[in-house]
Write a protein that binds this ligand. Structure first.
Ligand code: XIL
Length: 371
């Protein structure tokens, strides 16, 4: 066996030993010489590296990419141990009419992932966006519980035992906590059912698919700006309330839509927040990492460095906590990022928020995730 390969195996063994004693950070100390060893063909690259730390790596897949961009999908196959549909499991996609479900997109993603031995997470059973017009125009306090439980029974039931996780409720918290009970966002579900919609959704998911990890997924808890300080506090209060009333929530998804120009990333605050979540017995998943660069100058090399450094500072604060199961980015390549629509750069250039560039080459962000 070549020396370098033996050293890699030794590093993996040390990592496994370190994991059993909870010191994940010991695993990131892979010598630079080992980092250049390519994994055997069947082992995904970023995922293989994440697995050395006892975690997984994955990415959101856009349905267009799945059906029309085989080059991107080959990279997803190579890098990922988990995928999530960017829109394929949302209400609008799977439940387009009151009496009609359409599983063509969600089935296609799951079939692809299964064929490539990649796990799939479901996203999302409850959200204030991507709701079909028929739902928003017919929901009321008399029919809402049945609408929600029928949807969950049908969708989560269809995929029972086949999904790794479900984002049961997405973005439940308001950006301005205090306007509604528990800091909750004013949505069709809150209006119809009050805060009990969370209980109903988590219990229905547990009944329909007891095996998928049940996640409460949200954004806006990354920085020490005032609204995010309040949102972190609201998240902890919400979790504690739900846990006390026996809501079967098992994990928190931190979306991690980051901003490379934001200067208020405080690693101590962030790691304390993750520790507070973990102390309730909950797991943590980084579900939608990307780094917007629309407030950075155009120069590509310095943009790529700033994006990678920013993500690394965030990840270094979050990943050492043993409650963290893994990281997904919201897309794998800059070819497919929602940020170009959501926050277009003023100079018209495309954003570079993801691990691979538009030619599918690995960027600095890839390296930040790989260490
Ligand atoms: C976004 C998709 O990326 C877009 O293509 C779509 O138009 C809107 O939704 N948080 C979430 C994701 O939980 O579902 C969102 O995805 C991005 C923000």
């Amino acid at each position: 066996m070549p020396t370098t390969k033996r050293r890699q195996l030794l590093a993996n063994a040390l990592c496994a030993a370190a994991l059993s004693t909870t010191t994940i950070s010991a695993c990131s100390a892979t010598p630079a010489s080992d980092a250049i060893i390519e994994p055997v063909a069947s082992i995904p690259a970023l995922n293989a590296r994440a697995r050395r730390r006892g975690m997984f790596y994955g990415a959101a897949v856009n349905h267009e990419a799945l059906i029309k961009d085989p080059a991107t999908m080959a990279r997803v196959d190579a890098e990922c141990g988990m995928v999530v549909g960017e829109a394929s499991f949302k209400w609008e996609a799977v439940h387009p009419a009151a009496n009609r479900y359409d599983f063509s997109q969600s089935d296609a993603l799951l079939a692809w992932a299964t064929k490539h031995e990649i796990r799939t997470r479901g996203h999302a059973l409850v959200w204030h966006e991507a709701n079909p017009e028929w739902l928003t125009s017919t929901i009321n306090s008399g029919n809402a519980e049945k609408l929600l439980t029928d949807h969950i029974k049908t969708v989560a039931g269809r995929y029972a035992k086949r999904l790794a996780h479900w984002d049961v409720v997405n973005e439940a918290l308001d950006d301005v906590p205090g306007r509604q009970p528990l800091g909750l966002r004013d949505t069709i579900w809150l209006r119809a059912l009050g805060p009990a919609y969370l209980d109903i959704a988590f219990h229905a998911t547990a009944a329909a698919d007891p095996q998928a990890l049940r996640v409460l997924n949200d954004y806006g808890t990354d920085y020490t700006i005032p609204w995010q300080e309040r949102k972190r506090a609201a998240m902890l209060e919400l979790l504690s309330t739900l846990m006390h009333r026996g809501v079967p929530i098992q994990a928190v998804g931190l979306q991690a839509h980051l901003d490379a120009a934001e200067i208020t990333l405080d690693q101590k605050v962030l790691s304390r927040f993750v520790a507070d979540i973990a102390s309730m017995g909950l797991k943590v998943i980084v579900t939608e990492l990307d780094v917007r660069d629309d407030r950075l100058p155009a120069d590509i090399p310095s943009r790529d460095i700033a994006v990678a450094d920013h993500a690394k500072a965030w990840l270094d604060a979050v990943l050492p906590n043993p409650a963290v199961l893994g990281v997904l980015t919201w897309g794998l390549s800059d070819r497919h990022s929602w940020l170009n629509t959501k926050f277009p750069r003023p100079d018209g250039l495309r954003q570079r928020p993801l691990p691979l560039d538009e030619e599918l080459n690995r960027k600095k962000l890839w390296s930040a995730l790989a260490t």
